[in-house]
Design a protein around this ligand. Structure first.
Ligand SMILES: *[C@@H]1O[C@H](CO)[C@@H](O)[C@H](O)[C@H]1NC(C)=O
Ligand SMILES: *[C@@H]1O[C@H](CO)[C@@H](O)[C@H](O)[C@H]1NC(C)=O
Ligand SMILES: *[C@@H]1O[C@H](CO)[C@@H](O)[C@H](O)[C@H]1NC(C)=O
Length: 411
């Protein structure tokens, strides 16, 4: 509704203010950036009022318009998987080996772009009381895996999260504003994509894979898939790739070969999820794989809980299915997980002023359509989970010196 109203009145350039505005509109007060994020009840009342009003107008999607009301919220960390993509690779007998994917291999599709845009909008309304309406550099930090589909997902997420305010409109036809997304190159990224080489972890991962692959329950499936794909499928890792490829082809409306019917997704799902889980199988491996991300998260939480001047109140990470699965495991969850496109995990830091204590809440959204997030109870924490319990557990999974523990510094 907002954009329709916006579009119906032509904008003019205001040379004094260096911005586009509608001729009728009052001058916008300068820089909401310097204000403390609003957490007042008046905002909640206004938003609730708007929700009721939109109901009367027939736009009643209450769960979507009702924001998450919390005066105790201090810091929010959102970690999501990129949106729908094309296959990353093919297999020997793939009838679609030479299929021309318009978005290239491993590319974010339009469906994927829209998913993350919708997710950004969902979080905007969910945290309407907490995330300031105007984008301001000091409020938010966004870090992405360097993979194009993750960077692009981060950008469309931000388009949904931070539509430009009137003051921030810099072009009359483009209701979008640039927001920086930071990333480390693949060979240096041990935070989001966890692709930076780590010798000790690699040896543990190889060992874990070998153990999983030796499970007799897989013998029949390995034989069947090797025969039909015309390539070696004697490990859960190639099954993981095959599973993802078949999933993408199916979503693109391509008819899968007959032989897939008895195994996909069905029998292939568990080895697929085990392959994702193998990267951070136990606590030692989580130290290497998710430790640097947890370290960054802990630094922000520590600063907030020590009342240091907080320069960010929102952190966003754009990653992969394995980013979510590894973090899920590091948070003590043992269930195997298949994160959908745009699935997201949220960590919230709350302050109970009366008790003078900080608490952590964790939520998971299976996909970008979820209206009510699933609260995750952390097995190492009471309920509510105090920050001191949380940080004691997290500290165990954070390496003191990642490079040294990885054996990367050995001569
Ligand atoms: C299987 O692979 C071999 C070599 O890679 C190839 O010569 C053969 O044509 C393939 N068979 C099928 C059914 O794709
Ligand atoms: C985790 O798994 C690796 C590989 O199997 C193993 O070397 C390591 O000792 C395990 N750590 C724990 C805490 O079980
Ligand atoms: C997410 O999916 C799991 C099963 O995979 C289900 O138990 C859970 O209720 C779902 N949560 C939400 C928030 O949809």
């Amino acid at each position: 509704m907002y954009s329709i109203i916006r579009d119906s009145v032509p904008m003019e350039y205001d040379n004094d203010e260096n911005t586009w505005r509608r001729p009728s509109s009052a001058k916008v007060e300068r820089s909401a950036c310097h204000q403390i994020p609003r957490r007042s009840t008046t905002v909640a009342v206004v938003v609730l009022g708007l929700a009721v009003l939109s109901c009367l107008l027939g736009y009643c999607v209450l769960s979507e318009t009702l924001p998450y009301e919390s005066k105790t919220l201090r810091l929010v960390i959102i970690i999501f998987r990129h949106g729908a993509r094309t296959p990353v690779n093919t297999y020997n007998s793939d009838p679609y080996k030479n299929y021309q994917w318009p978005d290239g291999l491993g590319g974010l599709t339009n469906v994927g772009k829209l998913q993350l845009y919708e997710l950004g909008k969902k979080y905007r309304s969910y945290y309407a009381n907490f995330i300031p309406e105007e984008y301001c550099e000091k409020d938010v930090f966004v870090r992405s895996s360097d993979k194009s589909r993750c960077m692009m997902s981060a950008y469309t997420f931000l388009a949904g999260l931070y539509p430009p305010s009137e003051r921030q409109m810099w072009h009359p036809d483009i209701p979008w504003q640039p927001i920086p997304v930071h990333s480390l190159p693949k060979s240096l990224d041990n935070i989001v994509a966890s692709t930076k080489p780590c010798k000790v972890w690699q040896a543990m991962y190889d060992e874990t894979l070998a153990e999983r692959n030796a499970d007799p329950k897989y013998v029949e499936l390995f034989d069947y898939l090797s025969k039909h794909t015309n390539q070696s499928m004697r490990s859960i890792l190639p099954i993981d790739f095959l599973y993802s490829t078949l999933m993408c082809e199916q979503e693109a409306g391509l008819k899968l070969p007959e032989w897939t019917k008895t195994v996909f997704p069905g029998k292939m799902r568990t080895p697929f999820m085990e392959s994702l889980a193998a990267l951070a199988y136990n606590e030692t491996m989580q130290r290497f794989y998710s430790g640097p991300l947890l370290k960054e998260i802990k630094q922000y939480f520590d600063a907030a809980s020590e009342h240091e001047s907080l320069d960010r109140s929102l952190l966003v990470y754009s990653g992969h299915d394995v980013t979510l699965v590894s973090l899920w495991r590091a948070l003590g969850r043992a269930e195997l997980l298949e994160p959908e496109y745009g699935a997201s995990l949220v960590l919230e830091l709350h302050e109970d002023v009366e008790q003078e204590a900080f608490f952590v809440k964790t939520f998971f959204r299976n996909n970008t359509k979820v209206e009510v997030p699933m609260e995750l109870k952390l097995p190492f924490c009471d309920d509510p989970c105090t920050y001191s319990q949380f940080s004691t557990h997290i500290a165990k999974i954070i390496p003191d010196d990642w490079e040294a523990e990885c054996g990367n510094t050995d001569k």
